[in-house]
Design a protein around this ligand. Structure first.
Ligand code: ZN
Length: 165
C-alpha cells in the first residue's frame, strides 16, 4: 500500500463511485441479500469519504422489496429518491391484503353456494335417467329442467361434452 499514490486513490474512488452507481440499479427493489449487502458497502464508501453519485433516482441507497428489516436502511434513507420499481409501500401492501381477503371471502361464499347447489342436485333424478353422479350419460333432453340442471355439472365433472343442445 505504500506505493499507492494520491492519483491511485482518486482513481479508485472514481471507479468505486461508478461501480456503485451501476450496482445500485441491480440491487434496488430486489428481494434478496443484494440490497443489504449493497447498502453495507455504500455505508463503508461514504465513511471513507467516497463521493457517490445519487443517480437519476436521487438516492445512493438500494431499497429491498420486503422492507427495512431486509435492506438495513432507516425509514429516512429509504424515503430518498423516487420509488423503485417493484417496491410496495405499506399502504399498497395493506390494500392488496384487503383485496386478497375480500376475494378469499367471495371464493368461500361461492364454494358454499356451489356445495349447496350440488347437495340440492344430488337427490335430483329425472325421467331421462340423469343423476348427479351418473357415470353414463343419459339421453339428455334440452327441455327437461332436471337435465338442464344436472348436465353442466356432470359434463364439468367428466371434463367432456357429448354434444347436448
Ligand atoms: Zn331429464
Amino acid at each position: 500500500m505504500s506505493d499507492r499514490t494520491m492519483a491511485d486513490d482518486r482513481e479508485l474512488r472514481e471507479i468505486a463511485a461508478g461501480l456503485h452507481w451501476m450496482a445500485r440499479r441491480y440491487a434496488d427493489g430486489r428481494m434478496s441479500y443484494a440490497a443489504s449487502s449493497f447498502n453495507a458497502w455504500t455505508r463503508r464508501l461514504l465513511a471513507m469519504g467516497v463521493e457517490l453519485n445519487p443517480t437519476g433516482d436521487g438516492t445512493v441507497w438500494a431499497r429491498d422489496g420486503m422492507g427495512r428489516a431486509f435492506d438495513g436502511l432507516t425509514d429516512e434513507e429509504a424515503a430518498q429518491g423516487r420509488e423503485p420499481d417493484g417496491i410496495y409501500t405499506d399502504s399498497t401492501v395493506e390494500q392488496l391484503r384487503a383485496e386478497l381477503e375480500r376475494s378469499q371471502r367471495e371464493t368461500a361464499a361461492l364454494l358454499l353456494a356451489a356445495n349447496q347447489a350440488i347437495a340440492g342436485l344430488a337427490d335430483l333424478v329425472c325421467v331421462h335417467g340423469a343423476t348427479f353422479d351418473s357415470n353414463e350419460y343419459p339421453d339428455w333432453d334440452s327441455h327437461c329442467p332436471a337435465c338442464a340442471a344436472l348436465r353442466p355439472l356432470v359434463v364439468a365433472l367428466k371434463q367432456k361434452d357429448d354434444g347436448f343442445e
